[in-house]
Write a protein that binds this ligand. Structure first.
Ligand code: PLP
Length: 383
C-alpha cells in the first residue's frame, strides 16, 4: 500500500511513539495525584516531571505552568480582567485563533480588534494608537497577540508589543500554540506575562495544554472548587495527557535544530507549486514565517476541490483553517489581510512536521500538478 503524505501538522501533529509510551505508562498508575499515599505520590511525580519539561518549552518556572484541557481553554483562562479592582480593556489582532477572538471574559465594549498588514503581521503603530485611545477612560490594556499565525505561519512582533504594553502599565498574553516546537520560545525575552501552549501540535496527545505565567503574574480561574494547579485550574489532573505533553515537550526542544531542514523542504514545496502554477500566491512569503507552514492559493481553483482531490490521492492538507464544525468557512485571517474573497476561498494550508521528507513533497507535487491540470482543462471546456 502506498504511504499517505500527512501535511497538516498545524491541525494536529501525529502522536510520537515515545509520547504514546509515556501516556500508556501513566494510564497504568492507580493513584490520584492529590492523594498522600504511595499510589498518589507516584501519579504526582509523573505530573511534576512533565511540568518541568513543559516549563522548559517556553523558558518558564515549573510552578508557573497551569495545565488545561488544551490551547482553547488556556486562551479562555488567560483572557479575563486580572484579579484586583482596576478596569481593563482587551486588544487582540484580527488574525487570532477563535478562542482569543471571542474575547474571553471581557465585556463587548472593552474589546478592540487590531488590524494586520497585507502580509498578515499586526501593525504595532495601530496597536499603540488603539491603546492610547482605549486608555483615555482609565482602563489598563490587556493585549493578546499570537506568536505565529496558524494559517500563514507569519511571526508576530510580540517583543515589540511587550514594549508598548510595559509603557502603558498593561499585561501581554501570547498564544504560542503554533510556535512551540518550531522555533525557540523564551517568555522573558518575549516579554509576555502569559503564554498558551498545546500538546497536540507538537506530537503530544489531544486535549491537554497549558497556560504558562511569568513570575508574579496571576489569572482569574475559569472554575472554582478545587485546589489543583495552585487553585488556578481545579479538577483532578489529566495525568496521562500531562505525561504525554511532557514527553512531547522534551522531544520538541531536542529537535528544534531540525527546523532548518524542514524550512528547506517547505521552500522546495513552494518552488514546486510555483513551477506548476506560475500564478500561485504564497501568503506572507515576504515576512518571517514558521519554518513548516505554507498557505497557497491558485486563482480560479476552489480549496475544497483541491483538499478532496489531494485526499483521494493520499495527501492530507487543509483548506484555510476553520473547519472545526466540519464545514469550510472563509478564512478570517486571509480576509483580515485584505485577500479577495475568491483568492481566500482558493487557499490551502500545508504544514510540515516530524516524519515528513522529500517523498511527501514529491507525492504532494505529483497529485497537485495532476489536479491543477485537470481542473484548468475542465474550466476551459466549460467556458
Ligand atoms: N491557538 C492556535 C493558534 C491554534 O492553532 C489552535 C489550534 O488549532 C489553538 C489555539 C487551540 O488549541 P487546542 O486545539 O489545544 O484547543
Amino acid at each position: 500500500m502506498n504511504q499517505r503524505a500527512y501535511l497538516d501538522h498545524n491541525a494536529t501533529s501525529p502522536l510520537r511513539p515515545e509520547v504514546r509510551e509515556a501516556v500508556l505508562a501513566a494510564m497504568a498508575l492507580e493513584g490520584n495525584p492529590s492523594s498522600v499515599h504511595a499510589e498518589g505520590r507516584a501519579a504526582r511525580q509523573v505530573v511534576e516531571e512533565a511540568r518541568i519539561k513543559v516549563a522548559g518549552l517556553v523558558g518558564a518556572r515549573p510552578e508557573d505552568v497551569i495545565f488545561t484541557s488544551g490551547g482553547t481553554e488556556a486562551n479562555g483562562l488567560a483572557l479575563a480582567p486580572p484579579p484586583g479592582g482596576d478596569t481593563w480593556h482587551v486588544y487582540f489582532s484580527a488574525i487570532e485563533h477563535p478562542s482569543v477572538l471571542a474575547g474571553g471574559r471581557f465585556a463587548d465594549d472593552a474589546k478592540t480588534v487590531v488590524p494586520v498588514s497585507a502580509d498578515g503581521v499586526v501593525e504595532l503603530d495601530s496597536l499603540a494608537r488603539a491603546i492610547e485611545k482605549g486608555s483615555s477612560s482609565g482602563a489598563r490594556p490587556f493585549v493578546s497577540l499570537m506568536a505565529a499565525n496558524n494559517e500563514t505561519g507569519a511571526l508576530q512582533p510580540v517583543a515589540g508589543a511587550a514594549d508598548i504594553v510595559r509603557e502603558t502599565g498593561g499585561i501581554l498574553h501570547t498564544d504560542a500554540v503554533q510556535m512551540a516546537g518550531r522555533l525557540p520560545i523564551d517568555m522573558s525575552s518575549l516579554g509576555a506575562d502569559m503564554v498558551t501552549v498545546s500538546a497536540h501540535k507538537i506530537g503530544g496527545p489531544k486535549g491537554i495544554g497549558a497556560l504558562v505565567l511569568a513570575e508574579g503574574a496571576n489569572v482569574r480561574p475559569l472554575m472554582t472548587g478545587g485546589g489543583q494547579e495552585g487553585r488556578r485550574r481545579p479538577g483532578t489532573e489529566n495525568v496521562a495527557g500531562i505525561a504525554g505533553f511532557g514527553a512531547a515537550a522534551e522531544l520538541a526542544i531536542r529537535e528544534l535544530r531540525q527546523m532548518d531542514a524542514l524550512a528547506r523542504l517547505r521552500d522546495k514545496l513552494e518552488a514546486g507549486v510555483q513551477a506548476i502554477a506560475g500564478d500561485a500566491v504564497v501568503f506572507s512569503k515576504a515576512v518571517p514565517r514558521l519554518p513548516n507552514t505554507s498557505s497557497i492559493a491558485v486563482p480560479g481553483l476552489k480549496a475544497e476541490t483541491l483538499v478532496i482531490g489531494l485526499d483521494l490521492a493520499g495527501v492530507a492538507v487543509s483548506a484555510g483553517s476553520a473547519c472545526s464544525s466540519g464545514k469550510v468557512e472563509t478564512s478570517h485571517v486571509l480576509a483580515a489581510m485584505g485577500a479577495a474573497p475568491e483568492t481566500a476561498r482558493a487557499a490551502i494550508r500545508l504544514s510540515l512536521g516530524f516524519g515528513n521528507g522529500d517523498h511527501d513533497i514529491q507525492s504532494f507535487l505529483g497529485a497537485f500538478g495532476g489536479l491543477v491540470k485537470r481542473l484548468r482543462k475542465d474550466a476551459r471546456e466549460a467556458a
